[in-house]
Design a protein around this ligand. Structure first.
Ligand code: DQA
Length: 144
C-alpha cells in the first residue's frame, strides 16, 4: 500500500510558526511520525511540501495509477481552492484531509473547507496525530 502525504503552504515553517496554534513540532518531526506509523502499518509513504496551489494539483494527478490514497493538508488553500477540490474529485483514490488545528474552533473564514467537501473525510484538531489518525483511517478504508 502506498500513500501520498501532501503538505500545503507555510507548513514548512512549523516549529517556529504560531507556536500557540500549531505547536513546536517541525514538518520533519511530523514526517518522521507519519513514516514510523506507516512502517508499523506496512504502508509506503511519499511526502511533498509546496507553497503552490498548482503543484498540489500536479502531485495529486501524479499519484494516479501509483498510489492507493493520500493524506492532504491543503493549509490555507482549504478555505479557497475550488481547483484543488476538483482535483480531489478527479483522482480515483481516497483523499483524507488533515489539519493540525481545529479549523471549526478558529476564525469564521477557516470554518469552511471547500477541499474538505471533496475529500473522503476530514480529521482536524489533533496536532500531528491528525496525520496518524488519517493514515489509519485510509488503511481501514482500503482494506475494507
Ligand atoms: C491548517 C489550518 C489552516 O487554516 C491554515 O491556513 C494552515 C494550517 C492546519 O493544519 O491547522 O496553514 O491547515
Amino acid at each position: 500500500m502506498k500513500v501520498l502525504v501532501i503538505h500545503g503552504p507555510n507548513l514548512n515553517l512549523l516549529g517556529t510558526r504560531e507556536l500557540d496554534v500549531y505547536g513546536d513540532q517541525t514538518l520533519e518531526d511530523i514526517d518522521a511520525l507519519v513514516a514510523a506509523a506507516a512502517g508499523e502499518a506496512g504502508i509506503e509513504i511519499e511526502s511533498h511540501q509546496t507553497q503552490r496551489e498548482g503543484e498540489i494539483i500536479e502531485v495529486l494527478h501524479g499519484g494516479v495509477g501509483r498510489v492507493d490514497g493520500a493524506l492532504l493538508n491543503p493549509a490555507a488553500y482549504s478555505h479557497t481552492s475550488r481547483a484543488i477540490a476538483d482535483a480531489i474529485r478527479a483522482v480515483p483514490y481516497p483523499v483524507v484531509e488533515v489539519h493540525l488545528s481545529n479549523i471549526h474552533a478558529r476564525e469564521e473564514w477557516r470554518r469552511t473547507s471547500v477541499t474538505g467537501e471533496a475529500a473522503t473525510g476530514v480529521i482536524t484538531g489533533f496536532g500531528p496525530a491528525s496525520y496518524v489518525a488519517g493514515l489509519h483511517a485510509l488503511k481501514q478504508l482500503l482494506e475494507g
